[in-house]
Design a protein around this ligand. Structure first.
Ligand code: NAD
Length: 419
C-alpha cells in the first residue's frame, strides 16, 4: 500500500516540530493547528449534454491563513480526491511559510479526465467551479492558479467569470493569467526555470562541473521549461518521459527535437521513431535509470516503497509536489541519496504568483526581468540557509526546510494568540 501525500506531509510536520525549541504542549498545539484544514469544500458540478446529466466531484481546501490569503492551484485530473487536495493544500501552507511569502495554503480539484471533454464543456465546468466557490472566496481570501490539467487560458476564464459575478474586473482573484489580464509572461516559465537555477547551484556545489547525467520525469509545464533552462545553462539531459513512456539517449537529448516529437506524435516517445540513438524506456523502469540527477517533475508519490530500492541516482530534485513518499525518503537517506525537497525546488512559481497578485492589486513596475532575478536570488538564498541548518543539525534538507517553515508559523500563531 502506498502512503498518501497527506500522510507524508503530516509525518514531515510531526518530525520537524520536534526540533523547535518550544515546550511539548506547544509542539502538540502547533501540530493540531496544521493537521486539520480550516475549510474543506466538497461539492459537485453538473451539466446536461445530449440529454444526459454529467456530474463531476469538485473540491477546494482552504488549509491555513495565518500568514495571509489562502493560495493554491486548481488540479483537473481523473483521480483527484479530497485527501490528495488536502495534502497539496497543507504543502502550500508549508511552502509559503518556508519561502517567506505572505500567503496561506489552499488547493482545488475537479475529478475528470480532460480528454473526455470538449473545450466548451471544460469552460462550462470551470465557470461553474468558480461560481459555486464565489460564495466562499474573494481576491483577499483565496487566490487560485493553474496546476495539473489547467492552463493560462483556464485562468483567464476564471477571471472572466468572477468579473461577471461581481460586475467589475478584479485582477487579483486569480494568478497565471494572460499578460493582457495583468498576468506576468514569466509565470509560465517560472517553476521550471526556478528548478533549473537551483539544480545548477546544487550541481556546482556537489560535482563542481557540468558533466553530469540528468534525467527528467514529465514534459508538461514544469518538465519542459526545466529541460530548456538546464540545456541553456550548458547541461545535457539524457532521459525524459511523459505519461506515455520515456526515452533515453547516451548522447543526450536536444530540447527542440523532443518538443517537435511531442507536437507531432503527442508524446516524447515519438522521437525514437526518427532517431536511432534514442531508446524507449517503460514508464515503470524510467525512474530506475542510472544517472547523477533525477528530477521527478510529473506527479506525486512516484518514488515510493515499491521502487525506492531500484533508484540509481546521486541526487533527487523534487520538481513535482511530493514525488517522494515519506517512507521512500527515509530509505533514500540511508542509501546516501540527497533529496532537494519540493517546497524549495519548485517554489519559483509561487514567488512569481505573489508578484502577479500585487500587480493585480495595482502595484506598478513589476517587470519580467525583475521577477526572474528576485525569484532566482530568493531560491538560492533559501537553499544556502537550509544547507547550513541541515549540516549543523545533521538532518535532511526536507527536515531543515520544514523547521524553517514551522518556526515562522509558530511565531505568527503565537503573536495572534492562536496557540
Ligand atoms: P502538466 O500537466 O503540465 O504536466 C505533467 C506531465 O507529467 C505531463 O508531461 C504528463 O504527461 C506527465 N506525466 C503524468 N503522469 C506521468 C507518469 N506516470 N510518468 C511520466 N510522466 C507522467 O503539470 P505541471 O504543471 O508540469 O505539474 C507537474 C508537477 O509539478 C505537479 O506535481 C504539480 O503540482 C507541480 N507543480 C507545478 C507548478 C506549476 O507552476 N505548473 C508549480 C509547482 C508545482
Amino acid at each position: 500500500m502506498k502512503e498518501s501525500m497527506l500522510e507524508s506531509v503530516l509525518a514531515y510536520i510531526e518530525k520537524s516540530i520536534n526540533y523547535l525549541p518550544i515546550e511539548d504542549v506547544e509542539k502538540e498545539n502547533l501540530y493540531q493547528l496544521l493537521a486539520e484544514s480550516e475549510y474543506s469544500i466538497d461539492f459537485s458540478i453538473k451539466f446536461k449534454a445530449n440529454k444526459k446529466l454529467k456530474v463531476f466531484k469538485a473540491f477546494r481546501v482552504l488549509h491555513n491563513s495565518l500568514l495571509g490569503p489562502y493560495k493554491g492551484g486548481i488540479r483537473v485530473y481523473w483521480d483527484v480526491d479530497l485527501e490528495e487536495i488536502s495534502g497539496l493544500a497543507t504543502l502550500m501552507t508549508i511552502k509559503n511559510a518556508f519561502l517567506g511569502i505572505p500567503f496561506g495554503g489552499s488547493k482545488g480539484g475537479i475529478r475528470l479526465d480532460v480528454k473526455d471533454l470538449t473545450e466548451e464543456e471544460k469552460e462550462f465546468i470551470l465557470r461553474e467551479y468558480i461560481r459555486k466557490l464565489s460564495i466562499f472566496i474573494d481576491e483577499k481570501t483565496d487566490i487560485p492558479a493553474p496546476d495539473i490539467g489547467t492552463t493560462e487560458k483556464d485562468m483567464d476564464i476564471i477571471f472572466d467569470e468572477y468579473a461577471r459575478i461581481k460586475g467589475k474586473n478584479i485582477y487579483s482573484i486569480v494568478t497565471g493569467k494572460s499578460t493582457e489580464l495583468l498576468g506576468i509572461e514569466f509565470r509560465k516559465l517560472s517553476t521550471g526555470y526556478g528548478i533549473g537555477y537551483l539544480t545548477d547551484k546544487v550541481i556546482q556545489d556537489v560535482f563542481k562541473n557540468k558533466e553530469v547525467r540528468i534525467v527528467i520525469q514529465g514534459f508538461g509545464n514544469v518538465g519542459s521549461h526545466l529541460f530548456k533552462k538546464l540545456e541553456d545553462l550548458g547541461y545535457k539531459i539524457y532521459g525524459v518521459s511523459d505519461s506515455h513512456g520515456g526515452i533515453y539517449s547516451p548522447e543526450g537529448l536536444k530540447f527542440e527535437e523532443v518538443l517537435i516529437a511531442k507536437d507531432k506524435y503527442g508524446t516524447v516517445v515519438g522521437l525514437s521513431k526518427t532517431k536511432d540513438s534514442v531508446k524507449v524506456v517503460d514508464t515503470e523502469r524510467f525512474l530506475e535509470l542510472e544517472c547523477d540527477i533525477l528530477i521527478p517533475a510529473a506527479k506525486e508519490n512516484v518514488i515510493n516503497s515499491d521502487n525506492v530500492k531500484n533508484i540509481k541516482t546521486k541526487i533527487i530534485v523534487e520538481g513535482a509536489n511530493s514525488p517522494v513518499t515519506e517512507e521512500a525518503e527515509n530509505m533514500l537517506n540511508q542509501m546516501g541519496i540527497l533529496v532537494i525537497p519540493d517546497i524549495l525546488a519548485n517554489g519559483g512559481g509561487v514567488y512569481v504568483s505573489y508578484y502577479e497578485w500585487l500587480k493585480g492589486n495595482g502595484i506598478q513596475n513589476i517587470t519580467d526581468s525583475f521577477v526572474e532575478n528576485i525569484m532566482k536570488e530568493k531560491l538560492i538564498s533559501a537553499y544556502k540557509e537550509i544547507d547550513i541548518i541541515s549540516k549543523n543539525l545533521n538532518i535532511s534538507y526536507r527536515t531543515a526546510s520544514y523547521i524553517k517553515a514551522l518556526e515562522k508559523l509558530y511565531k505568527v500563531a503565537k503573536l495572534r494568540g492562536v496557540i
